[in-house]
Design a protein around this ligand. Sequence first.
Ligand SMILES: Nc1ncnc2c1ncn2[C@@H]1O[C@H](COP(=O)(O)OP(=O)(O)O)[C@@H](O)[C@H]1O
Ligand SMILES: Cc1ncc(COP(=O)(O)O)c(N)n1
Length: 270
Amino acid sequence: MNNFPQTLTIAGSDSGGGAGMQADIKTIQERHVFATNVVVAITAQNTIGVQDSFPLPLELVTKQFESLAADFKIRACKTGMLADAEHVAVVAQNLRHFDFGPLTLDPVMIAKGGASLLADSAIDTLRSELLPLATVLTPNLPEAEVLTGQKIQTTADFKIAATQLQKMGAKNIIIKGGHLDNSDQACDYVLYADGSDDWLNTPRIATVRTHGTGDTFSACLTAELAKQVPLKKAIQISKAFIQVAIANPIAVGHGHGPTNHWAYQEVEHD
Ligand SMILES: Nc1ncnc2c1ncn2[C@@H]1O[C@H](COP(=O)(O)OP(=O)(O)O)[C@@H](O)[C@H]1O
Ligand SMILES: Cc1ncc(COP(=O)(O)O)c(N)n1
């Protein structure tokens, strides 16, 4: 009775509904997988920016993990906004304690509108405590640069950075190229645990409606991993899911609008 694919998203709440935990849950639902959540922080946010944020008490974060572990059989999990070093440490401690399946670690640092979602002082803790637990690490370009301390401009730089991130303990690395806006392609670089690699290239869509793209991509991956879809296939589905979600925007908000989480089910795609 407890064997339906179940996932866990450990993240911040976006009141605007397009990113964070809300993007995760909407995406996971579209993949016909059950989503549970641990709320780490609450943001007052819309498509224009983040107006305020509040990290939840550490004990309440741990209690949410305990509640879920006592009832659900979670087969894959992901992290998003983790706020500060104390919250990163408590999440890592809970993930070491409970078995929630493969971890997709999206090292969320700065929102598209420019607001900080992770204190600078948390980077070391993220690197030392959480990276070694990651089955898949999905930094965007600026996040990969912060974690490695290296500029990433050329295709060779992507490979060097991914290798460095793997040495820090994450098994599989996907460096997302959404921020590389001098290219007509949205190219992501994948370095697998066995050393093989891959480029995922799709046409870059000219739009400001990219709120929550990274969350949506990593949530789709988490849902597929919960269904035990092999990693390479799960990554391909996630890339197609985000491409079609960006390509079919919904007219919501005045700023970086959300992507369309139901497009993959409803619109023709690769
Ligand atoms: N304008 C775009 N057109 C097509 N794909 C995009 C675009 N922007 C981002 N993507 C894709 O969306 C996914 C998330 O990437 P990115 O936006 O870099 O992440 P984040 O939200 O963490 O900053 C990646 O697969 C990336 O290639
Ligand atoms: C709570 C929360 N988590 C993650 C993001 C990142 O999304 P984006 O970089 O697309 O703004 C966000 N804006 N808010």
